[in-house]
Design a protein around this ligand. Structure first.
Ligand code: 1CP
Length: 343
């Protein structure tokens, strides 16, 4: 397992073929997923090991990807400690009582082992089922989680989040510190149960300027990544629209930096530096193009990725629900068959 192509690439070691997995590779694009989820609410499926295990395995079986990502959601640890929230179909996470005051932080307590029994059971069982295929655990980064807790649900402009950040920095930092602690604990739980890499999703950090990211967010994401450093597994740090933040997100303590499709990987490699490996970054809509166009674009991504000390192929963000699974299968075959000639 430690010698798997995915883990070797995370460490910047030589690989026999380019590893590939997809953010949101499980989920609504797969008919077998939609069938299994029929009548089962999203959060219930995350806390049911029979479903979480099967859903995680579905894309591995179908595509032969080089890593599995644990089927869960960034709000699962918050639900586990009793925060009143739900994942509403067609919307996303919705929080019953959005955070407006310091008094509300008390609910953001540390994770107790009993809170995450089903998570531990799922991860352990998955590691057995996956054999030599590594499992990636994940958590939401403090900023992205805070945005749901403050806005009460998905937001385009993150107006209330930034309002709190600018107007009450003390409460802001207290909130993000709590979320960093919980995020770190949730990653540790998954690693100790057998996950061999982790990804910290700061999906919405790209809405921040570099200065605001560095002041209000980076120290907290760095705390999450540092808190699992002792466990020695590769740490991937990803956000959308983070072209201007790439160096800072790497400096926060990542081994691998995830890049969205807006920045070419050769440019990203210069920005990130520090010997860090890159992950990405085919436009998720490129899989809707004719196959020859899709594979030409994938080849461009692979060639640009050679500028980095290592490269893990992925999309620039999650698989879109309307994606044709056969197109993704062709993409995996193309990446696996790509001749990595000496540079
Ligand atoms: O009923 C359903 O199928 C609900 C859709 C769904 C799914 C399949 C949601 C609601 N979450 C998930 C699973 C999920 N969430 C995974 C699956 C792992 C895999 O790839 O197989 C992952 C990694 C996440 C993480 C997640 N949830 C992120 C970070 C990743 C990203 O895409 O940027 C974020 C931002 C969320 C919040 C969330 N959960 C669900 C939705 C629709 C959203 C986004 C809402 C918004 O736009 O703000």
């Amino acid at each position: 397992m430690n010698d798997s192509v995915f883990l070797r690439a995370c460490r910047g070691e030589s690989v026999s073929h380019l590893p590939v997995w997809f953010m949101r590779q499980a989920g609504r694009s797969l008919p077998e997923y939609r069938k299994l989820r029929e009548g089962v609410p999203m959060l219930e499926s995350c806390f049911r090991p029979d479903l979480a295990v099967e859903i995680t395995l579905q894309p591995v079986r179908r595509y032969g990807v080089d890593a599995a990502i644990f089927f869960s959601d960034i709000v699962v640890p918050l639900k586990a400690i009793g925060v009143d929230l739900d994942i509403v179909p067609g919307t996303g996470p919705v929080v019953a009582e959005p955070i407006r005051s310091g008094g509300q932080l008390a609910q953001l307590r540390d994770i107790e082992p009993a809170d995450v029994d089903p998570i531990v059971e799922s991860v352990k069982s998955l590691v057995g089922e996956l054999g030599a295929t590594p499992l990636i655990g994940f958590a939401g980064a403090p900023f992205t989680l805070a945005s749901y807790l403050i806005e009460g649900g998905p937001s385009k402009d993150h107006r209330l989040t930034k309002q709190l950040m600018y107007s009450n920095p003390e409460l802001w930092h207290a909130l993000l510190s709590r979320l960093a602690a919980i995020g770190g604990q949730f990653l540790r739980v998954q690693i100790e149960a057998g996950a061999s890499a982790i990804q910290l999703f700061d999906s919405w950090a790209g809405n921040l300027s570099l200065a605001d990211y560095d002041t209000y967010v980076k120290p907290h994401s760095a705390a999450v990544l540092a808190s699992v450093a002792d466990l020695g597994v590769p740490r991937i740090h990803f956000g959308v629209g983070t072209g201007e933040l790439l160096q800072s997100m790497g400096d926060a303590g990542a081994d691998v930096v995830g890049v969205d499709w807006r920045v070419s990987l050769d440019v990203a490699a210069k920005r990130v530096g520090g010997g860090r490996v890159l992950q990405g970054n085919l436009d998720p809509t490129a899989v809707f193009a004719p196959t020859d166009v899709m594979t030409a674009k994938a080849a461009e991504v692979i060639e640009a990725g050679r500028a980095a000390p290592g490269h893990i192929f992925n999309l620039g963000h999650g698989v879109l629900p309307a994606t044709d699974p056969d197109a993704l299968a062709r993409l995996v075959d193309f990446v696996h068959g790509y001749e990595l000639s000496p540079s």
